[in-house]
Design a protein around this ligand. Structure first.
Ligand code: PCA
Length: 206
């Protein structure tokens, strides 16, 4: 089995993105499934192109993109992606779409087809804070999650896909007051637990 993990580069004035940093700290394999790790730009279109390319080349059974959601208290698998771009700040290429449809022939929204509640439970069982999120926002992360689920519906119906948001890493909040964070190693372990839950469910369905 192949699992594609895509983590974002830094954005919004940060010098690192805990999503990509954590992905790099994961092993090469989980439960015998091979992990493919790619860094993606904070540009909806370019990030999706990179993921779509990997999906066509490697045909992973599971695709999970991971991004930073500064201000969140735990690791949050996302339930749903909306067919809308409404960026509060420009992306890393300077684009800032407002009220823009992502794919005209896409659904208004797609639900993740990963076992999001099992993933939350698996993260908690591993000893880390987690909760199910019902909004991936309307910025680049939502765009990428929506795009993954759009491609799954159109071309890869047997593939599992979804998104996980992670909090700031501890080192990012040293100069920020009263801001929640987790250590990078803990974020990595939490992601590993979530990926494990997704693999277990996929194995049952094969
Ligand atoms: N988080 C942003 C985009 C990149 C990232 O890591 C978001 O939540 O949309």
């Amino acid at each position: 089995m192949k699992v594609l993990l895509a983590g974002f580069e830094p954005f919004g004035g940060e010098t690192m993105n805990p999503a990509w940093e954590a992905i790099q700290r994961l092993p090469k394999e989980i439960l015998g499934a091979q992990l493919f790790k790619i860094q993606i730009p904070v540009s909806g279109q370019r990030a999706l192109e990179k993921i779509y390319q990997m999906m066509k080349e490697e045909h992973p059974e599971i695709v999970i993109a991971i991004g930073q959601a500064g201000g969140r208290y735990g690791v949050t698998p996302e339930r749903v992606a909306l067919n809308i771009d409404d960026y509060g700040i420009p992306d890393n290429e300077g684009n800032q779409p407002v009220d823009a449809t992502i794919f005209a022939d896409g659904a208004p929204a797609y639900f993740s087809n990963l076992p999001v509640k099992d993933m939350v439970q698996a993260i908690r069982d591993a000893g880390y804070p987690a909760s199910l999120s019902n909004s991936a926002g309307t910025y680049v992360c939502n765009h990428v999650m929506f795009g993954i689920l759009y491609y799954l519906e159109k071309e890869f119906p047997d593939t599992g896909g979804g998104f996980i948001h992670v909090p700031y890493a501890a080192c990012q909040v040293v100069q920020k007051s009263n801001t929640p964070s987790m250590s990078l190693l803990d974020i990595a372990s939490a992601i590993e637990a979530a990926v494990r839950a997704a693999i277990l469910q996929k194995k049952k369905s094969l």
